[in-house]
Design a protein around this ligand. Sequence first.
Ligand code: DHB
Ligand code: FE
Length: 317
Amino acid sequence: MPSPSTNRKVRARALRKPETMARITASVYTSHVPAIGAALDLGKSAEPYWQPVFAGYEFSKQWLKANRPDIIFLVYNDHATAFSLDMIPTFAIGTAAEFAVADEGFGQRPVPKVMGHPELASHIAHSVIQQDFDLTIVNRMAVDHGLTVPLSLMCGALDPVKDAWPCPVIPFAVNVVQYPVPSGQRCFALGQAIRRAVESYDTDLKVQIWGTGGMSHQLQGARAGLINRAWDNAWLDQMIADPQACAATPHIDYVREAGSEGIELVMWLIARGAMSDVNPDAINSGAAHAHSVGVRHRFYHVPASNTAVGHLILENP
Ligand code: DHB
Ligand code: FE
């Protein structure tokens, strides 16, 4: 039974003119394999090994041009690049005006620098912290392949100086590298909080939220090279259709079924939690799934380097 205050909140939300607030229009999900970035940077994307990988993003590049957001909120993980064992934030939001492209040992990738959006990032930090999530605020950070490879897959090869990414990007780093890592449940709830934060920003902005990393892969140890096609696809089915249930997947299931680096998939649940069909107010009012998200594109390919590549575009109604 929804409480009177929940009903008031639902009505207030319904009455608010969508023109006067920022809103999440779509979510994009993709693996971030560093070798994909190298293939693009070295002009190898048409080679027989790589062509089927890049083919899965042809539609997506056109879609992004036709559905260009004002801002991308990009959930990714740092791979001991900006952070090290010295400092391990679970959730870190980039509030700077720009972010350098990291040198991960082979020089910087030849891609444009990443322009941030300090105003919206600060607003989201304030709102999400007030909703009881402890974020680390980062005013200087180099971004690694976890962030730049998804941008390259969705935008294609760009000149590092003459070109720019299509819009500002707010980097949101999640620790999935050093245990303890956050649960899928917490990531999903965080996505819901980010959606409330975006929708309380009184400027008409179209925001996309991207969840990156995954799918099954393990880079070290006795099971290095593990890929689990059946588990990945069942996880995708559930993540789309019943994200609440998917969020309840215990972290040990990711490790067992999708390999030690498969845990990167919890980042997809942040983006999924920000979509409108999982709005908790709507669920309380009994209107859950009245407007389900649309699957615009789905792609899966094995392998790219040591990784199963998964990619989805979901649109809000
Ligand atoms: C690979 C995949 C990753 O997610 C990563 O961060 C590093 C390497 C790989 O498949 O090689
Ligand atoms: Fe990774």
